[in-house]
Design a binder for this molecule. Structure first.
Ligand code: ZN
Length: 79
């Protein structure tokens, strides 16, 4: 079994590459399942990204409000 990732020649029947840990394609039937399996983490990743962006936006709003107040305070001091 040759690894798709690093071209390391693994023993027959090994599921994962001994060098880099990449999952090896053992049969064409399994690759079909792999594409289905790979879609789930993609959806999970997308939802995580959305949550992270939402958190960043809410944090920006929370952080921006005191900063704006501070800036306007500074402006008032200067003038
Ligand atoms: Zn490898």
């Amino acid at each position: 079994m040759t690894c798709d990732n690093c071209d390391y020649k693994n023993k027959k029947g090994s599921k994962f590459c001994n060098k880099c840990g990449q999952e090896l394609n053992t049969a064409s039937n399994e690759s079909k399942y792999e594409t289905i399996r790979q879609r789930k983490p993609m959806i999970l990743m997308a939802s995580i990204v959305v949550i992270v962006i939402g958190l960043f936006v809410s944090f920006a709003v929370i952080l921006n409000n005191p900063l704006n107040a501070f800036e306007s305070h500074l402006e008032n001091r200067e003038f």
